[in-house]
Design a binder for this molecule. Sequence first.
Ligand code: PMP
Length: 309
Amino acid sequence: MEISQDSQVLKSLESLGQFVGATPLFEVQHLSPKPSVKIFAKMEWMQFGGSVKTRPAYNIIKGALKSGELGNGKTLLDASSGNTALAYATIGARLGIPVTICLPENASWERKKLLKGLGVNIVYTSKFGSSDESEAKAEEMYRNDPDKYFLANQYGNENNWMSHYQGTGPEIYGALGDQITHFVTGLGTTGSFTGITKYLKEQKPDIKAIGLQPDGALHGLEGWKDMETAKVPGIYDKAVVDEIKHVDTYDAYDLIKETARREGLLLSPSSAANLKGAIDVANEIDSGVVVTLFPDNAEKYSEIIKSLF
Ligand code: PMP
């Protein structure tokens, strides 16, 4: 009985695979500062669950089902205030895997409603605490009941960066090849930066990899928080970083409006920060091909939409 249930889950997982990865590359035409530099952005929101976190969540769940850490009614448990939670929630709902998320109390109402609508059990941690507090809560719950839970641990799980090393990186290189000169993206768990950079540098060692951190007045708001790291994640590999750049959050905010009007895209704060980082790099070089990611779009950031349009 249990075995057939789990083989059904694995079958559903395989069929979900068609909605994971294989995202298109968008050429940013009107906002590129000079014709000799091309800017491409990988549209990571065009996946099941709608964000850059689809690939890691899918790969983490796949790994845990195969190793037996998940399945047989076990609950996936992790801390996340953002896209990772939504990715676990959407995949979990589809596969019939229960999901429990530790979330700071001051997460936005959209996050809470979307997660509840997807059937997630939310455990709130203090609104004054950092994301470290929700991580500690998840670890404590796991320690207290290890038979009930699979602790997904996105900050330390190798299947996070591996999903980008095996998927996003090869897709980018497959499309653009060795014309790529720069790869630029924000650092959250660092899974996307680490996985993609490792793959690209194996193909072409002189590609420059630039990690972004948000800075300035809007720092700490929903959306920019997704690309902040309170502590250094376990999966971070500083050996692959050529430079860390800071992106001013006001500049990125202005870009959301401009990109809507001129490129027809509704960017989230972190997608706009990535584009700002790519434009800054383009301004510093004479020619080249700069690649970045668009992690998600504006749809679930109602405060941003209200204030901009
Ligand atoms: N932007 C958004 C909107 C995200 O949700 C995340 C992931 N938390 C990131 C950027 C950073 O990605 P990573 O965790 O791979 O570093």
